[in-house]
Design a protein around this ligand. Structure first.
Ligand SMILES: [Zn+2]
Length: 428
């Protein structure tokens, strides 16, 4: 808003004072408690907001967390109330299998997590519904329910078995991150690419490329978050459909190997895909990243000691235990300002184009380490407000909030239909 020029005008002083009073009241009425204006709220409410990454299934399974929780003190980012407050329309729940804790039974734990999402939807049929396609998302959204989708985070879940990949698709999984922080037997990860003890493949193996093509054929989005740079370039050269980064930010702003370089951002734009920005403080703010690195050794030792203590007491260690102690370490580092998140969205929109950026929060997956003001899905409208403030149009904001991901998902579905009909033709 421009400054009112009362003192330069010829208006009587009383009128001027009155007009200041009225305008102060208008602001008070139009901005809600979190500073979101009526205009930003209207844009938020007119969008199908899609978030491509939340780790809440760990909570469903380990803590028996109920997504219908109304506990205001709950530390989680996602509940049905919080989703409603932020007008979150669709959430891709992450099916992430800790490769250390679940060594030897990745697929089984994958199934347990998939079950946990279905169980939540079954518990709350009036407010949440499983969704498997863009049509589903649109239909569920019209019913004012949260559309629940699933993405596998880490190719190790398929245990090098293409049949399992197909089974997971049939169970509703609609994207797979080729690797998590661990290099698996067919895709290099950014998480251990500098570790000489880990056998690497120089990107994707031949089997890894076969996995990508089978995902294209099935209609499962290929997700390049977490992968090593060479894996990214192999995936983009192999895939016949647009790619997604389900939760990745920009390396030009924060130099973390999990973030994407400008060249990668431009390549995703050329490929027609979408980069969904991760809200983790460490990926958004260089100071946070540096502080996190600086305490990494003592943090790892502290977490290890704590978990060993639990094991010595005969307890079964879960992700919740690890999260509890990690939160204490994360809280030692000051949170970056909210603008850090917007800077990354803005950067990707400028480098790749506004059609290629979206939201991939990593809710419930970063031990609370998000910028000041981002404490749950209820805070999503603040992003819209910040984009309004930076001059983004309503149409562009709706693309960022979810439109871009829906476009890519639709294109992936189309490529799948084409590949399947070609195969059917060739069998005639
Ligand atoms: Zn992740």
């Amino acid at each position: 808003m421009e400054t009112r020029r009362c003192f330069l005008s010829t208006q009587p002083l009383l009128f001027c004072a009155l007009s200041i009073l009225i305008s102060a009241q208008t602001i008070a009425q139009s901005n809600d408690a979190s500073g979101v204006s009526a205009r930003a709220r209207a844009i938020q409410d007119s969008a199908i907001v899609v978030d491509t990454h939340a780790d809440t299934p760990q909570r469903f399974l380990d803590e028996n967390f109920d997504i219908g929780s109304t506990d205001p003190k709950d530390i989680g980012h996602i509940s049905l109330d919080r989703a409603r407050a932020g007008n979150l329309g669709a959430e891709f729940f992450s099916i992430w299998v800790d490769p250390e804790i679940n060594k030897g039974h990745f697929a089984q734990h994958t199934l347990d997590l998939i079950d946990s999402v279905y169980e939540q939807a079954a518990r709350h049929p009036d407010r949440m519904m499983m969704a498997f396609s863009v049509d589903d998302i649109e239909r569920v959204h019209k019913q004012k329910k949260l559309a629940a989708l699933m993405g596998i985070e880490g190719g190790h879940s398929i245990e090098n078995d293409i049949h399992l990949l197909r089974d997971f698709y049939r169970l509703g999984v609609r994207y797979m991150t080729l690797s998590w922080s661990n290099t698996n037997e067919w895709a290099d990860s950014s998480g251990d690419i500098d570790d000489p003890k880990i056998p690497h493949h120089n990107g994707l193996t031949d089997f890894g490329k076969q996995v990508v093509l089978e995902m294209n054929r099935l209609g499962m989005m290929v997700d390049i978050s977490h992968v090593a740079d060479k894996t990214f370039w192999d995936a983009i050269a192999t895939s016949k459909a647009p790619l997604i980064a389900s939760h990745s930010s920009a390396r030009a702003l924060t130099n973390a190997p999990r973030n994407m370089t400008d060249d990668m951002l431009r390549a995703v734009a050329k490929n027609g895909g979408v980069v969904n920005v991760n809200f983790f403080s460490g990926f958004l703010d260089q100071n946070y990243w540096n502080a996190d690195r600086a305490q990494a050794k003592s943090q790892a030792a502290g977490i290890h000691d704590y978990l060993e203590k639990l094991r010595a007491e005969g307890k079964q260690v879960t992700f919740a235990d690890e999260d509890r102690i990690t939160r204490e370490w994360m809280a030692k580092i000051p949170r970056p300002p909210f603008t850090a998140l917007i800077d990354h969205i803005d950067h990707i929109a400028k480098v790749a184009g506004v059609d290629h950026v979206g939201l991939g929060s990593d809710f419930d997956g970063v031990s609370g380490a998000m910028p000041v003001g981002m404490d749950s899905a209820a805070d999503l409208p603040k992003i819209t407000q910040a984009l309004v403030d930076r001059g983004y149009s309503a149409d562009d904001i709706r693309k960022i909030l979810g439109g871009n991901t829906l476009r890519v998902f639709k294109e992936v579905e189309k490529v799948s239909r084409e590949m399947q009909s070609q195969k059917a033709q060739s069998h005639k």
